[in-house]
Design a protein around this ligand. Structure first.
Ligand code: NAP
Length: 285
């Protein structure tokens, strides 16, 4: 890569940021498309967010990703926020368009693209969504218009209720919510077509954890785990052993990144190469 005075700069901001896979994906895409651009990761503490945004703006950084803990707090520093990001209540991508900072959320798009690639037809499905945090909100808003029945389960029941009520208010659809506990999982999973884990349960380093007891998994269901490290979570492994079809979180990660890349450059990145690079990295190759 030849860095020059024309090189365009893109970044991701968050804390922690050391394990972000975004630089790997985006720099690969810039190289393959022969774009004179570079993508860096900046650790930005919560109390420094305002100054960091002012700096990115004045240095004319053309686009950036936003991760934990800034996805919500960044919204007040932007000039515009896309409607879907407003509904979700979080931004993960910012475009600097003629010095206007515009916020988007590409997580839901990433999840839908990952499911589509695996051939999941969402129409008419009963979906159980585990979690009510940032990833769950993005998925819920994207998926709800396409499915038949959504049940949200969360450890903190109030958050599941808040999400269900905001979905009803914004999209006009009825959504059930319940506390995430063994009895509820047992009852609801019997006729669930698609189970989505959007909690952080099973994520590295706690890879022996799983949100659902294996005895409730069955071959009539599809299981989508948004956790991408490890590639094969305990939930996915046990779902596969139970005869269910599975979708891992890496596809969502790559597709949400691809969607951000397209917003910044107008170009489609090499998705399969990005996916292979991330998978290789996570396998330790
Ligand atoms: P978040 O906003 O902090 O939400 C975390 C969710 O997990 C909450 O619903 C929380 O429940 C639940 N949770 C955490 N630990 C739990 C436990 N021990 N038992 C029961 N529930 C628990 O986080 P997020 O941004 O949504 O991220 C969630 C996961 O998705 C992470 O693993 C992240 O890496 C992954 N993710 C993947 C992608 C992708 O592209 N594949 C994109 C975004 C996020 P409470 O509300 O009760 O605390």
């Amino acid at each position: 890569m030849n860095i020059s005075s024309d090189t365009k700069v893109y970044v991701v901001i968050g804390d922690p940021i050391e394990h972000s896979l975004s630089p790997l994906m985006h720099n690969l895409a810039f190289q393959r498309l022969n774009l004179n651009s570079v993508y860096l990761a900046f650790k930005v503490k919560a109390q420094n967010l305002r100054e960091a945004i002012a700096g990115l703006r004045s240095l004319n950084v053309l686009g950036f990703n936003v991760t934990v803990p800034h996805k919500v707090s960044i919204m007040k520093y932007l000039d515009e926020v896309d409607m879907q990001a407003i509904e979700i209540g979080a931004v993960n991508t910012v475009v600097n368009q003629d010095e206007m900072l515009i916020g988007y959320n590409t997580d839901g798009i990433g999840a839908l693209a990952a499911l589509k690639e695996e051939g999941v037809a969402l129409k008419g499905l009963k979906v159980m969504l585990l979690g009510a945090g940032g990833a769950a909100k993005a998925i819920a808003f994207s998926i709800l218009p396409l499915i038949n029945h959504l049940v949200i389960l969360n450890r903190t029941e109030q958050k599941a209720k808040d999400l269900a009520l905001s979905l009803k208010e914004r999209l006009g659809s009825e959504v059930e919510w319940r506390k995430m506990e063994e009895a509820t999982l047992h009852e609801e999973l019997v006729d669930t077509d698609l189970l989505i884990n959007a909690t952080s349960i099973g994520m590295y380093p706690k890879i022996d954890e799983t949100p659902v007891n294996k005895i409730y998994l069955h071959q009539e269901m599809m299981v989508f785990d948004v956790v991408y490290n490890p590639l094969m979570t305990r939930l996915l492994k046990e779902a596969k052993e139970s005869g269910a079809n599975i979708v891992g979180g890496v596809k969502m990660l790559v597709y949400q990144g691809a969607s951000a890349f397209k917003l910044w450059t107008g170009k489609k990145p090499p998705i399969y190469e990005m996916c292979a690079a991330v998978e290789n990295y996570l396998r330790g190759n």
